[in-house]
Design a protein around this ligand. Sequence first.
Ligand SMILES: Nc1nc2c(ncn2[C@@H]2O[C@H](COP(=O)(O)OP(=O)(O)O)[C@@H](O)[C@H]2O)c(=O)[nH]1
Ligand SMILES: [Mg+2]
Length: 259
Amino acid sequence: MSKDSNIFLSVVIPSYNESTNFKEGCLNKILPYLEQQKYHYELIFSDDGSSDQTVSLLKQFISENETKLKHGTISLLMNKHGGKTSAVMNGIKHAKGEWKLFTDFDQSTDIKEIEKLLPYTGKNFDIIFGSRKINPKAVEAKWYREFIGNTFNLIVRTITGLKIRDTQCGFKLFSKKGAKLFDKLYVYDPKRVSETGAFTGAFDVELFVIAKNKGLDVKEVPIKWKHHDTNRVNIVKDSARMFSDIIKIKRAKRKGYYD
Ligand SMILES: Nc1nc2c(ncn2[C@@H]2O[C@H](COP(=O)(O)OP(=O)(O)O)[C@@H](O)[C@H]2O)c(=O)[nH]1
Ligand SMILES: [Mg+2]
């Protein structure tokens, strides 16, 4: 059987100027872990137009590893810089697995944590996702990011009516049906990014609102998470923009854009 037949798990990793993280070895555990599993997998890097050495480091990583893999494949997609949404979305679109995970490059959540999500597959959930707010003891975060995260989640719950405690954790597993929700993004439609500018953003919230509108079930699962410093998140600017995006999502829902 060829390595890409019957792929069970696709792992999509967006990358944007990750050479420091790469050199610190943040990818060291992922292939050894995936190779030990009984299922077939694919690992897809989706680069968001990095301007540092990320692309050449990833190409080297791929050529050093691809011939050794027994149960999976690795590939690299190169996108124009468009922010996390477009990088993740393009990766998810290319993914052929029965289940498709996206996880942050810095591996704030270790790939092994997938074992906490997998028990919920086959139970009619279309998004099974990591949460840092159910078991805070498993989370090593910066106090100010935690404070802002809590405030953000409270605002999201109030404005959208979602019952989710942590919409923003970068560790989410989609069924094939769940993955199609990306096509319905309106506020975070990557085509509009030229008007709005690239950033990490709250596309997750929009996906959850669309899922709810369509009557899909989602499952929030506590996972371990460890903060990695990033100098890309501008707390004040990004928070203000995320807040205004939540209002836009609410408005889009009212106008029936997700129907
Ligand atoms: N901040 C940021 N992250 C991006 C962008 N495009 C892709 N990403 C990816 O989104 C993920 C999360 O980014 P990170 O800086 O770790 O954000 P944090 O975990 O929220 O602090 C990483 O895998 C990045 O490579 C972008 O334009 N801005
Ligand atoms: Mg991070």
